[in-house]
Design a protein around this ligand. Structure first.
Ligand code: IPM
Ligand code: MG
Length: 360
């Protein structure tokens, strides 16, 4: 018996709907294993702005830091697109949350579910056997460098975003990647642009240095432009793809195409120890918000990852994943995956599966 204490940040758009489904599933898993669920719900992003608060209200940040486990829906939407810089939900909430909690290791998987292979726009032969994760550096690089606008001369304004990486930043994310590869298929593919960028040259040097402690893990280097092709044409060759913040942002969207749907991919943003934030890789999907159409599977899988990685609850996480598997194979899904259930009904079906299939 344990208490699962976490911070719940539903956020904007479909965030609250998929979040409600995930909380329902978490309740079922907690009940089955005799745990107590105890979460603090807080505002973030546009929802916080609408309530007259900052995009990342102090109480949300304090709660996140205290519980050390965060389940996040989605932030942002066209309603707040007119806002600038740190007033925006993305720049003012998501990025500072990552930075403040030192969530430097972002893990996003790409392993097409057998029930979804026909939904992907690529031929089956490129999808079967694909099973890799991207380890994206999340608190450095161009996202967090000095940025600004130079207004002179006024007839040719310029803007800049500095990209900087320190040895320590590269080393710690490389260690995470090699450690993870050891639990998987013992291969790290480091992606950079070392034919052009100084940060990439340092990246490659440090990654090679870290690799010396992992003689059992194979290391390859690829340039990011080539990687965008290799990922789609020989995805099954990869295990852990290690890359910096901006390249990881781009490559993880591309990787989602291999999975048939963005609606089924969870993610974890980790720090040292058990501190972690868990969120679907999809966005706030404002066009379908509030209609019960959103696919909650990515959020439900993110909740499972939270149990596994922040609470060490492997069996509990596996029970949720088995429920998601059963829903996918049985077609108990939302319309985007060909089913006829609402967002909440999908969560409820999985909650029932967790309770009844493995009662006692
Ligand atoms: C992501 C998103 C964010 C990012 C945006 C919303 C700031 O695209 O998590 O991949 O660029 O990191
Ligand atoms: Mg992105």
């Amino acid at each position: 018996m344990a208490t699962i204490k976490f911070t719940y940040l539903p956020g904007d758009g479909i965030g609250p709907e998929v979040g409600e489904a995930a909380i329902n599933v978490l309740n079922a898993a907690a009940g089955r294993f005799g745990h107590a669920l105890d979460f603090e719900e807080h505002l973030i992003g546009g929802a916080a702005i609408d309530a007259g608060l900052k995009p990342l209200p102090d109480e949300s940040l304090v709660s996140a830091r205290e519980t050390g486990a965060i389940l996040l829906g989605a932030v942002g939407g066209p309603k707040w697109d007119h806002l600038k810089g740190p007033d925006r939900p993305e720049l003012g909430a998501l990025l500072p949350l990552r930075k403040e909690l030192n969530l430097y290791a972002n893990i996003r998987p790409a392993a097409p579910h057998p029930a979804l292979i026909d939904k992907a726009p690529l031929k089956r032969e490129y999808l079967e056997g694909v099973d890799f994760v991207v380890m994206r550096e999340l608190t450095g690089g161009i996202y967090f460098g000095k940025k600004g606008m130079d207004n002179s001369p006024s007839n040719n304004i310029s803007a800049y975003d500095e990209c900087r990486y320190s040895e320590a930043e590269i080393r710690r994310i490389a260690i995470k990647a090699f450690d993870l590869a050891r639990l998987r298929k013992n291969k790290v593919t480091s992606v950079d642009k070392s034919n052009v960028l100084e940060t990439s040259r340092l990246w490659r040097k440090i990654v090679e240095d870290v690799a010396k402690d992992y003689a059992d893990v194979e290391l390859e280097h690829l340039l990011v432009d080539a990687m965008t092709m290799h990922m789609l044409t020989r995805g099954k060759d990869f295990d852990v793809i290690l890359t910096e913040n901006m390249f990881g942002d781009i490559l993880t969207d591309e990787a989602s195409v291999l999975c048939g749907s963005m609606g089924v991919i969870p993610s974890a943003s980790l720090s040292d120890g058990t501190m972690g934030m868990y969120e679907p890789i999809h966005g706030s999907a404002p066009d379908i918000a509030g209609q019960g159409k959103a696919n909650p599977l990515a959020m439900i899988l993110s909740a499972a990852w939270m149990l596994r990685l922040s609470f060490g609850m492997e069996a509990e996480a596996a029970a949720i994943e088995a429920g998601v598997d059963a829903a996918l194979y049985g077609g108990h899904t939302t319309a985007d995956l060909g089913g006829s259930l609402s967002t909440f009904e999908v969560g409820d079906w999985i909650a029932d599966h967790i309770r009844s299939n493995h009662a006692g």
